[in-house]
Design a protein around this ligand. Structure first.
Ligand SMILES: [Fe+2]
Ligand SMILES: [Fe+2]
Length: 371
């Protein structure tokens, strides 16, 4: 489905055919651009070429082209609709997916979208000043690429709020630009997105761990019975893969350089030679891993159970699971702290969905670090 770049807001959701929605998004746009100017990259970024999506295929595959950053156009891109798609889990499993928001799930769906949407501009704010200390032009380009795409993910969530949640949704879209990372009065919603990203090792750790959390959250929303949300997430996941690549290769390079200096100078005190000592890298890793793990919520969660049963949020790769996808009869083991020690404890599987997602995330983190 090719993207219409003749419109003020490039899109593949036929904005031209919905004047009311188009006007609403066009009136949000100057606020977004103003936010980008005041809270986005502090370094001027002319002459940086960035990829931008030009086409989205049936398999959710995107084709990209390059534009100078100043001409970057944020827009609304959804993966193509699958007309046969059915709900894959929960009590309405097997029924057609929803093209509108069912009244009984309105508040919960809106909340899920707002929480996801809030993280996107937050990371741009956190990374605002990094351009000034970029280790290379290659890194600078990657930083800006990540930033514009997080900006576009904000657009994606704002589109859903405007298109499907009426006046409440429009108010939430405004609020997404009013909260700011680390702001004492109106901080971002989730803890990890109020931490600072003061240097490039933090940035690599952030894109390794926190963007990976994003991958898993988007994966559960991609399973959603609310089809426009699913299609939005499917497309966002294509871009997230590059963010994690930036993190993985960034950490790789730092660690490789440290190892090289340790060997060269026969000491692990490599700071004097311009390297980052291993214990410092370990401390960064511990911090970012911990705040990212916190994003998964409590091990046992009745909210997660409700979202699943209602069809709002599935498990990571739901179709891969060899069970009934309803989970009423199943149980799972979760970790609990008892008498000061960690033990495992059997609970209904529906209550352990956060634990399930966190486990998927942890093994993904480990396989990346073992490379
Ligand atoms: Fe994102
Ligand atoms: Fe990202």
């Amino acid at each position: 489905m090719s993207i219409d770049y003749t419109e003020k807001i490039p899109n593949n959701v036929d904005l031209a055919g919905d004047r009311k929605l188009r006007r609403a998004l066009e009136s949000w746009r100057p606020n977004f651009l103003n936010w980008w100017k005041t809270m986005g990259p502090a370094l001027p970024c002319a002459d940086v070429y960035l990829r931008t999506a030009v086409d989205v295929g049936k398999e959710g595959w995107a084709h990209f082209d390059h534009v100078p950053m100043e001409e970057y156009r944020w827009g609304v891109f959804l993966a193509e609709r699958n007309h046969d798609r059915r709900i894959a889990f929960g009590e309405q499993k097997g029924e057609p997916v929803w093209q509108r928001v069912p009244g009984e799930y309105r508040a919960e769906l809106q909340r899920l979208i707002v929480v996801q949407g809030d993280t996107e501009p937050a990371s741009v704010e956190q990374q605002r000043r990094l351009g000034e200390t970029a280790p290379s032009l290659y890194d600078l380009r990657n930083l800006f690429q990540v930033n514009v795409e997080e900006g576009r993910h904000l657009w994606a969530m704002v589109y859903l709020l405007h298109a499907y949640f009426g006046r409440n949704g429009r108010e939430e879209a405004e609020a997404l630009l009013r909260r700011n990372s680390g702001d004492l009065d109106s901080p971002r919603i989730l803890g990890a997105f109020n931490e600072e990203t003061p240097d490039w090792l933090s940035f690599y750790m952030f894109t390794y761990f926190t963007d990976r959390d994003g991958k898993y959250q988007l994966g559960t929303l991609e399973e959603s019975a609310f089809d426009p949300l699913s299609r939005t997430c499917e497309f966002m996941l294509k871009e997230e893969a590059h963010h994690m690549f930036v993190g993985t290769t960034g950490i790789d390079r730092v660690v490789a350089r440290t190892a090289q200096l340790i060997r060269e100078h026969d000491t692990d005190q490599v700071a004097a030679y311009g390297g980052i000592p291993l214990d410092v890298i370990q401390r960064y890793l511990n911090f970012h891993y911990s705040v990212s793990l916190d994003l998964f919520g409590s091990e046992q969660s009745t909210n997660a159970a409700r979202y699943f049963t209602a069809g709002l949020k599935g498990r990571w790769q739901e179709e891969r699971r060899r069970d009934d996808h309803v989970l009423m009869e199943d149980s799972a083991m979760v970790d609990v702290v008892r008498d000061g020690a960690v033990t495992t404890h059997e609970v209904p599987a529906l209550l352990a969905l956060n634990h399930d997602l966190r486990s998927e995330y942890i093994s993904d983190c480990q396989s990346g670090l073992k490379r």
